[in-house]
Design a protein around this ligand. Structure first.
Ligand code: GTP
Ligand code: MG
Length: 428
């Protein structure tokens, strides 16, 4: 699979499970909203005609309106849903570099020393005309709503280096979807300051991690997993049930300078990583943990990808022995990551809302059924002579029958269909 090797195509991307499910479910919710809307206007119609009728009371009408509102709320929530991945690790381990490599460009500032000093999220934008064309991104800093336009990667780094923000605040970067496949597929990436420079990890977790689908621990392959890193993930594990965690042993290019120790070091890191995930945190089995630990060089991956984008040949003479294998491992990591985030986000972000919609519709269906029974009963009793004579009760009865059926066949089916789509997206 060429994509696995260079990460270039996206037709087969596992992220499509999520984006396709989102599209399909969104359409289904549009239909549900439409049907409930029709139901509601029919009820209004009945009301308008029958001042003194006891068939439809305010409660029923309000119920229907409330259902419509709820369904629209769920629909909005679904259309705002995205997949979120957060990166943590000690200062200078290469968190920002890993993100840049995944985005194929030097979007975030990286460098030696303490570089990233607040949370940075990167999400895709369409270029909605507010800031000119599709090629432009923008920044939102802190709580302000003011968009600051950004044209190029250089301008972006400049703008970011001008900001002085506290370590628990956030800058949101919106970068054109057309420029990065990950952003096009609704992934939001969050970079963080080194976990060794913060005193308020709890706050960080509450503010930025509770809705994260995947956590990536960027470790330094030149040293080993540190207590501060382990402690952080223990805290995450206390607040979230079974978080999805990947461990990237970054700076693996350094191993090339000590080839005689390479295998031994790799084995040691691998065992410690697996044991941390499986024995300590107990978030995966030992077998699964093997697919969660990788040995990469973000620096090389970024360099190679930028060259590729710019049509330049790789200067392999500058690269340490074994870089090809490290590039492949980076792409393998991305593939596993995409599978994981897509599955997890589809389940947590669509399954519950679809089930909720099903319950709302079930309630609506009982309402329509009740109305139908009530109008039938009124006809039989014939106790509203005026309406009976005008044939309006029959009309109501007929329409209610129709609406009940429509509710059953269309709306309820759609809700089940939404749930089915979620399951299908997960097994595709
Ligand atoms: P802070 O933002 O300060 O917390 O650091 P960070 O974790 O974001 O690290 P950053 O990406 O800024 O990288 C720190 C330095 O390490 C930079 O000079 C990178 O070029 C370098 N670096 C990152 N990844 C690698 C790698 O895989 N190999 C090598 N040799 N250097 C790397
Ligand atoms: Mg950084």
């Amino acid at each position: 699979d060429g994509r696995i090797l260079d990460g270039s195509g996206d037709m087969s991307s596992p992220l499509k499970h999520f984006t396709n499910a989102k599209k399909r479910i969104n359409n289904i919710f549009l239909d549900i909203g439409k049907y409930i809307g029709e139901f509601s206007s029919f009820i209004d119609d009945v009301e308008k005609n029958d001042d003194e009728t006891a068939v439809v009371d305010d409660m029923v009408r309000n119920d229907i309106l409330a259902s419509l509102e709820k369904v629209n709320g769920i629909k909005d929530m679904i259309s705002r849903n995205h997949m979120k991945v957060v990166f943590f690790g000690r200062t200078s381990n290469g968190k920002s570099s890993v993100i840049n490599a995944m985005l194929w460009d030097k979007i975030l500032p990286s460098g030696i020393g303490h570089t990233t000093n607040c949370f940075l999220s990167i999400a895709g934008c369409n270029g909605d005309g507010k800031n000119g064309d599709d090629t432009k991104g923008y920044l939102l800093c802190g709580e302000t709503e003011e968009r600051r336009g950004i044209g190029s990667v250089t301008q972006l780094s400049h703008a970011l280096s001008q900001e002085s923000m506290s370590s628990d605040s956030q800058i949101q970067i919106f970068w054109p979807k057309t420029k990065c496949p990950l952003l096009k597929d609704d992934v939001v990436l969050v970079d963080s300051p080194g976990i060794d420079v913060s005193s308020d990890i709890d706050q960080w977790i509450d503010n930025y991690c509770l809705d994260a689908d995947v956590f990536i621990l960027v470790a330094n392959a030149e040293s080993t997993l540190m207590l501060v890193e382990k402690k952080f993930f223990h805290q995450v594990n206390e607040k979230l049930s079974k978080p999805n965690i990947f461990i990237l042993n970054n700076r693996w290019d350094a191993s090339a300078s000590e080839p005689e120790l390479m295998e031994e070091v790799r084995q040691q890191h691998l065992e410690r990583g697996i044991s941390f995930l499986a024995d300590e945190l107990k978030v995966v089995t030992k077998q699964q943990a093997k697919d969660r630990v990788f040995f990469v060089s973000a620096k090389e991956a970024l360099q190679t990808r930028r060259n590729k984008l710019n049509g330049k040949p790789d200067n392999t003479a500058n690269m340490a022995e074994g870089h090809q294998a490290r590039l492949m491992e980076f792409a393998k990591f991305e593939h596993e990551f995409e599978e994981c985030i897509s599955q997890s986000a589809t389940r947590t972000k669509f399954e519950y809302p679809s089930q909720r919609a099903s319950r709302i519709i079930d309630a609506l269906y009982s309402r329509a059924q009740w109305l139908h029974e009530r109008s039938t009963q009124l006809i039989q009793e014939g106790n509203n002579q005026k309406m009976y004579l005008e044939g309006r009760l029959e009309d109501i009865d007929f329409k209610m029958k129709f609406i009940t059926q429509q509710c059953k066949e269309s709306i309820a089916n759609l809700a089940t269909e939404a749930e089915r789509q979620v399951r299908r997206a997960m097994t595709d």
